[in-house]
Design a protein around this ligand. Structure first.
Ligand SMILES: O=C(O)CCC(=O)C(=O)O
Ligand SMILES: [Fe+2]
Length: 300
């Protein structure tokens, strides 16, 4: 169901295929994307070391009560992505942002399990996300610089963040279809997801049915968020997705790790349709729009 695009000759050379996948499915797998595999392995092993710490150690890095901050450790039950249902989602995460403008300084290199290599990795992911956005601008016939100018996230505050996700074993008596991550769309511009081999991610098709996504080793799974849908007047889709425990009995006993890079425009950016149906969405200010989601999904 999810198109696989080989980027051996560069992201830009595959711009039409990437665009087409995001308009039809809202998700696309990129292989041979140029992101260093050693950096990916290192990121996963750091994540495992961190989540293996005792709970009280992890809680020292708790997300601040400042709702405007997206960074820090988020324990089980603190965040519910499907806020219309509010059942506990069995997931932990730890989040870092280049600059979320909250004034909360949460530096990954201060956690010895995560270490100093995380900053260059974040930058690599950021560059990859910018490359994808530039390719999309090209297909949409926007100014080549358009998306780049809205995502200067190292210079100005934004909700751009990297999120290490850990899904512990789900007890057998919990079966609600979205035990690990509730049904949602991402609310930024694009998300780059790296996942281990366990599986469980499901993406909604156009008939409204959930379809499992098969993990592909070292591939980047890209999906478009709400703001890209608005910017393109509905041409590019923000598709619903969730993470459930796999039905396979052996896999159900496995913990799962994934790493997501959420690219958001700068707080100050006003997003309004520039293609497709120009009347479909009212303009939104990025910071306020995202804050609305944070208030709905976090219990603190
Ligand atoms: O862990 C995953 O595979 C997906 C997580 C996700 O969709 C999210 O955090 O927005
Ligand atoms: Fe998501």
């Amino acid at each position: 169901m999810i198109p696989v695009v080989d980027c051996t000759h560069g992201i830009i050379s595959q711009k039409e295929r990437i665009y087409e996948a995001l308009t039809k499915v809202g998700f696309v797998y990129l292989i041979n994307h140029g992101l260093d595999e050693k950096s990916i392995d290192h990121a996963f092993s750091s994540s495992k070391k961190f989540f293996n710490l005792p709970l009280d150690e992890k809680q020292k890095y708790n997300k601040s009560d400042n709702i405007k901050s997206k960074t820090g450790y988020v324990g089980i039950g603190v965040e519910t992505l499907n806020y219309s249902v509010k059942s506990t989602e069995i997931r932990e995460s730890v989040n870092f942002s280049p600059n979320d403008g909250s004034g909360v300084d949460f530096d990954p290199s201060k956690i010895s399990e995560i270490g100093p290599l995380m900053k260059p990795f974040l930058k690599e992911l950021n560059n990859k996300a910018l490359e994808i956005l530039e390719a999309l601008a090209d297909v949409l016939e926007f100014d080549k610089q358009w998306f780049l100018d809205q995502h200067r996230v190292y210079e100005k505050p934004s909700y751009t963040s990297i999120r290490f996700l850990y899904y512990p074993i789900v007890p057998d008596d919990i079966r609600n279809g979205s035990e690990r991550c509730g049904d949602h769309t991402d609310y930024g511009s694009i998300t780059l997801l790296l996942q281990d081999e366990v599986g469980g991610l499901e993406v909604m098709n156009r008939q409204g049915e959930y379809v499992p996504v098969k993990p592909i080793e070292n591939a980047i799974l890209v999906n478009s968020g709400e703001l890209l849908e608005k910017w393109t007047g509905g041409l590019i889709k923000a598709t619903r997705h969730r993470v459930r425990t796999p039905p396979d009995a052996a896999l159900r006993k496995k913990v799962r790790y994934s790493i997501a890079y959420f690219m958001h425009p700068m707080h100050e950016t006003i997003v309004k349709p520039m293609a497709g149906d120009l009347m479909k969405y009212a303009p939104v200010k990025t910071e306020e729009n995202t804050l609305k989601f944070l208030m709905a999904t976090f219990t603190n």
